[in-house]
Design a protein around this ligand. Sequence first.
Ligand code: XLS
Ligand code: NI
Ligand code: NI
Length: 480
Amino acid sequence: MMKMKLVKTLLLLLCVKLFCYAVIGAPQTCPANNEDKCGDSDEWKGEFFPDIPKIKYEGPSSKNVLSFKWYNAEEEILGKKMKDWLRFSVAFWHTFRGTGADPFGAPTKYWLWEDGTNSLNMAKRRMRANFEFISKLGVDFWCFHDRDIAPDGKTLEESNANLDEVVALAQELQTKAKKRVLWGTAQLFMHPRYMHGAATSSELKVYAYAAAQVKKAIEVTHYLGGENYVFWGGREGYQSLLNTDMERELNHLARFFEAAVAYKKKIGFNGTFLIEPKPQEPTKHQYDWDAATSANFLRKYGLTGEFKLNIECNHATLSGHSCHHELETARINGLLGNIDANTGDPQVGWDTDQFLVDIQEATLIMLSVIRNGGLAPGGFNFDAKLRRESTDVEDLFIAHIVGMDTLARGLRNAAKLIEDGSLAELVRKRYQSFDTEIGAQIEAGKADFELLEKKVKEWGEPKVASAKQELAEMILQSVL
Ligand code: XLS
Ligand code: NI
Ligand code: NI
């Protein structure tokens, strides 16, 4: 009897609870250590992340993991708001399609909103989670591949129809949330048809398929008001030169880009086209090896005016350069358009796509960005994932927060370095011998070898000054 009564009471309680859910939506939870924050219900509202408040700036002394210590969106640094220098973007593929699977093991992440399928309904639900996530995080942009946001169909028509359905919802959600697309792209590397490449495939029908897919991806990026469009040539490269006509493949790639430019103009898409260099992985050799190789490709085919580069820091280190080097190479060639913000592991030789946490590296990155006058219409896309072993929903927020704080700190440091001026002075002094009459003649291309030989005879053996490398490092360290 007692038991029956208990069951009845429990059932009643459950009904009341269910009724409440139906009327007021999902319950709001309030972590024990954060009770004082739960008064303001708007901060915690949400269907997917009810345990996470809207992330706010609390300053460097805050111990709240769910707050910014250095990124203060509205604060002005060197005459521009932090949010306008940084233009952060969440990468849909890592944050919402990353499962933690690796070549040795199954997925490790089981997000509550996932139902384990790749259905259209699931795609829509995920899209809603995406906008709740970026709204709580306080980021203005997002980036996507066509196939991350909507399931691939059996035919191109079916894939396009799926994409249209998800994109219509994305458009509605992003308007409501006041968010924007930093860039869109086509996934031309996962499907087996692309095993020999897409635009550089040895198969004509694959080239055509890739063209049709990119055509649609540009259309939906345009529809969503995307500010850029990225070409990452994951399989545009080779595994063996013995079976490869490299010259023909590169010509095909150039024709593909020309056709993309023509189509972009035809439909009135004004976003910037970006090429994302990477030396290898998945191919042994990717044609867009690094910034210099990509710049040369664009120049050879007369495409420099139509494209800029999207520099990814982990790709930079894979090609044997620092991220700073790649950014400077892009910048001095007038090609710095966007940054895929991530980092590799110094002990690991592949694209681990970790969130950037190195403050010194971030300072050098921001030095290039400031010298470039910012990145707009580009920005910082977090092409970064949680590691396999990080499996809490909270980790998704923490990872982005630390990534944003690292770059914000880099921005503050770089501004200090510029305002201090001693590094610039060190560099100026190093080259001051060229600030002379003969130096000016050399730089203007007016000093021939005979003149310089005459001068050497007049001057004798040159006295060579110190490079002051350690001093430069000391100055850099003083702002970290
Ligand atoms: C992979 C690339 C990829 C591009 C978009 O290494 O970084 O994620 O950014 O296709
Ligand atoms: Ni990338
Ligand atoms: Ni990458």
